[in-house]
Design a protein. Structure first.
Length: 122
């Protein structure tokens, strides 16, 4: 959406879900986070990670890029914004929705898929 006389070239960069093609100055953090997630590619459990830093320094951006890199390896990812999902039940519903949306659960009934999610989460 381009407006004539606007100060901004691309309003999409202000969207909370915006992910730039190139992330500058975060190579070390991206490499570390991707390395922590990589055991999941081989069927293992990813290493727990904690992203800390001041607001607007690229934490979510680095996380989304790392998740996209792992997703390219055909690993199912459920990205859930916790401030919007306030109860354990709503968290499981969001995970279930992500699994169903990925298409990998199409072979299973809803009950079988939910039991699979609960088993993996437990």
């Amino acid at each position: 959406m381009k407006q004539i006389g606007s100060l901004f070239r691309d309003w999409a960069v202000f969207d909370s879900e915006y992910l730039p093609e190139i992330i500058h100055f975060r190579d070390l953090q991206l490499e570390s986070l991707t390395g922590n997630m990589y055991p999941a590619v081989n069927g293992g459990s990813p290493v727990s990670s904690l992203l800390l830093g001041p607001p607007s320094t690229g934490k979510t951006c680095v996380l989304m890029k790392a998740l996209n890199d792992i997703r390219a390896e055909n690993i199912e990812i459920a990205y859930i914004r916790c401030p919007l999902t306030t109860t354990p039940y709503r968290m499981m519903v969001r995970i279930f929705d992500c699994v169903r949306a990925s298409g990998s659960a199409n072979r299973l009934s809803d009950g079988q898929t939910l039991r699979c999610c609960l088993r993996k989460a437990g």
